[in-house]
Design a protein around this ligand. Sequence first.
Ligand SMILES: Nc1ncnc2c1ncn2[C@@H]1O[C@H](COP(=O)(O)OP(=O)(O)OP(=O)(O)O)[C@@H](O)[C@H]1O
Ligand SMILES: [Mg+2]
Length: 240
Amino acid sequence: MIKLVNVKKEFKGVTVLQNVNCTFENGKTYAIIGSSGAGKSTLLRCINYLEKPTEGEVWHDDIEMMTHQNQLHEIREKCGMVFQNFNLFAHMRALDNVMFALKKVKKLSDDEAKKIATQRLSDVGLAHRLQNYPHQLSGGEKQRVAIARALAMEPKVMLFDEPTSALDPEMTQEVLKVMKGLNHTGMTIIIVTHEINFAKEVADEIIYMDKSEILEITETKTFFATPKSTRAKEFLANMI
Ligand SMILES: Nc1ncnc2c1ncn2[C@@H]1O[C@H](COP(=O)(O)OP(=O)(O)OP(=O)(O)O)[C@@H](O)[C@H]1O
Ligand SMILES: [Mg+2]
């Protein structure tokens, strides 16, 4: 279980997150939605300490990150992350992108890493792209390599930050299909997305953010049927 308690984040004195209290239960899927600049990415990045909160507690099970920064590596290993712009290693083929952390972090042999990487790339429909460099792949393929790379590490938690916002509609569907396949496989999935229909379909709970704060954490059906805050109502009216 992941728990954020009174998390606050400032950048150079400007508060971009405040009063953040939320719990992510194991195996559930959460969608974080809200307007641009609301603090969604910052919240996501506080979960694996890519951003260090200015105040507050970030718990991964019974470990509190602020007081256990020596455990950062273990926590990062447990949390796979997928970014909007893929963040692949440009000079490595797809297979090597996936093998890299398996060898470097998990210390697997070349053969072991290759076996796992090949399998994960096949899982996302890229068995025919193992030897391609990122510049030879479409955006949707690049993002699927990034997902395969994260999954190869067998994370307990997957963090997605707008994984489809750089993609055209067709590629978006390819990637969303892969993500749907991860739903309720036992992993905790936290997705920042502007794909409202996708959030509606896959999330157990919606976290609605506005102006640095969480305004609602609500079971998905209830959120879409009866959003509580005026801001959420307006937001949904603008999206649909
Ligand atoms: N490293 C940084 N330094 C300074 N300000 C930052 C930094 N990262 C984010 N911010 C600011 O924090 C606020 C929240 O940013 P964040 O990226 O979390 O928003 P977001 O909800 O993810 O928006 P979007 O939907 O556009 O991605 C914004 O005003 C942004 O400019
Ligand atoms: Mg963002």
